[in-house]
Design a binder for this molecule. Sequence first.
Ligand code: AMP
Length: 217
Amino acid sequence: MNLILLGAPGAGKGTQAELLSEQLHIPSISTGNMLREAIRKETQLGKQVKQLMDDGQLVPDELILSIVAERTAQNDCKNGFILDGVPRTLSQAKALDAKGLQIDHVVSIEIDDDMIELRMTGRRVCEKCGASYHITANPTKVEGICDLCGGETVQRKDDAPETVRKRLAIYHESTEVLKEYYLGQQKLRLVDGKGSIEETFAGILAAIGEKYDHNQK
Ligand code: AMP
């Protein structure tokens, strides 16, 4: 099953992508995490995108499309994948279609801007592995330490309030049009993202026709 997760920054895409990945046994591909890793490792790509990302701007389509093409061609994607944070523009969506990437469902996590601004201030990410937490909704077991890898959890630079407002404006301008595009392809599934992590997850599973796996950790 190939899925796309849409939603404003802070809607919970990363968290839901991780849960879906565990339940469906397919990898979650986050362009944001891949780019942050490139910045940490100070690669050529990292150097190209750092300023734009710190500033809350979108990274050029060509760079995004090449990292997605490379990642989805890997062996672990042969039974499916979850795209988190990509496509973000109509031209990215059209380019993915042109590459022949078959998408089954496009899930849009729906949430108001006011709630997003509140949520973003509490978000923390692991510096080492990119896992995402929230200081009240989804805290780490030990404060400041990632449950998965023991790395330090920090606030993302682009989660500062003024950058969040800029990212929301970009979302409404560039990304929301994607809903219409995928509605036209009859792939769009709207899911309420205002409830708890578990409620949103249940909503997503229902929308893509999957049952909750109670054996999952
Ligand atoms: P995210 O972690 O998905 O919120 O992405 C963080 C930042 O990475 C964004 O604000 C953009 O600067 C960049 N980025 C991630 N995915 C994309 C994309 N598909 N297109 C353009 N820029 C992206």
